[in-house]
Design a protein. Structure first.
Length: 283
């Protein structure tokens, strides 16, 4: 069965970005969240992004309207009964995800593929909450989703080749580049990125240099588009901490120990750009 209709669960930064690229590529999309106001906020971000593209002359106004016409809001998970693919981009919490996947397994017809956009949680464990582990897979998009080309596609222990190929093709249809990885903590992207960010935080914590200097070194010296502390603020410091804890726990090596300064900032509610303050201040 081919994929026409997609449900994206979670209308936050990642979910709304995924919904946007799916709708832009011709899929019918249900953007789902717990409350109407969350979905409205996600749709508002999409409208803003598309309008900016139109203003810049990079998208025709009629394409914007066509994209928006393919987006429908949902607050009832039972709507998943009518889709071919679910992409879950809810909060990074194993209990919530397994409960969600067990419910989706009940609601959706047998052919439906259940994908998770988790940034570091084991796909195999999420899959074990369903009776179709062969149809559960990771589709890890990068932030900002409309801009970044990569989709890390993570095979769970039981994911079949057929499901993998279908999801790979789907990712290509979004004008993304799929990369295959196996199911280990942090996959490839966050296993490499997060220790670098954590080390940048240690560098600040130990007084090696100022935050601006650390970011400048990596931006100007390594050609990174953003310095690691700016990037951490952009991703969200709570997310960075959560991923470091997953790496530390899952791989067992102390080299993944989250920096105490990162813990302190998260405890203070300094979560980065989204909360108005992280390593930098935002207004
Ligand atoms: N949503 C949609 N589009 C956006 C955007 C957003 N949030 N932010 C920027 N853009 C678009 C702009 O509209 C612009 O589009 P056009 O080229 O069509 O005009 C383009 O991106 C470039 O934007 P800017 O000129 O404003 O800014 P920039 O050149 O500094 O680029 C950036 C911004 C793309 C975010 C760039 O700084 C960058 O690549 N940063 C690193 C991002 C990164 O590393 N992401 C991965 C994070 S890790 C992750 O996501 C995984 C995880 O599990 C934690």
């Amino acid at each position: 069965m081919s994929i026409h209709k997609v449900m994206v669960i979670g209308a936050g930064q990642m979910g709304s970005g995924i919904a946007q690229v799916c709708a832009m590529s011709g899929y019918e999309v249900l953007l789902h969240d717990l409350k109407e106001e969350y979905v409205e906020k996600g749709l508002g971000t999409i409208i803003k992004n598309l309008s900016r593209q139109v203003e810049k002359g990079k998208m025709a106004a009629r394409d914007k309207e066509a994209t928006l016409s393919r987006l429908t809001s949902s607050t009832d998970l039972k709507n998943a009964a009518g889709v071919d693919l679910v992409i879950e981009a809810a909060i990074e919490n194993m209990e919530i995800k397994t409960k969600l996947f067990a419910e989706l397994d009940e609601i959706t017809p047998k052919h439906v593929i259940l994908a998770s956009n988790t940034s570091s949680l084991p796909i195999t464990e999420i899959a074990a909450a369903t009776r179709r582990p062969e149809k559960v897979i990771g589709m890890h998009f990068m932030n900002p989703v409309p801009v970044m080309k990569l989709v890390e596609i993570i095979r769970g222990l039981a994911t079949t080749d057929e499901v993998y190929k279908k999801v790979e093709k789907m990712a290509e249809s979004l004008n993304k580049v799929p990369v295959e990885v196996n199911d280990f903590p942090g996959f490839v992207s966050n296993r490499i990125l997060m220790p670098m960010i954590n080390e940048a935080i240690y560098t600040l914590y130990e007084g090696v240099a100022t935050k601006e200097a650390i970011d400048d070194v990596m931006k100007l010296g390594m050609n990174h588009p953003m310095g690691p502390l700016t990037l951490a603020d952009f991703i969200g410091l709570d997310t960075c901490l959560y991923i470091m804890e997953t790496l530390h726990q899952g791989l067992g090596d102390d080299k993944y120990r989250p920096c105490p300064l990162l813990r302190k900032y998260v405890k203070a509610g300094w979560l980065g750009k989204k909360s108005g303050r992280g390593f930098y201040e935002y207004n």
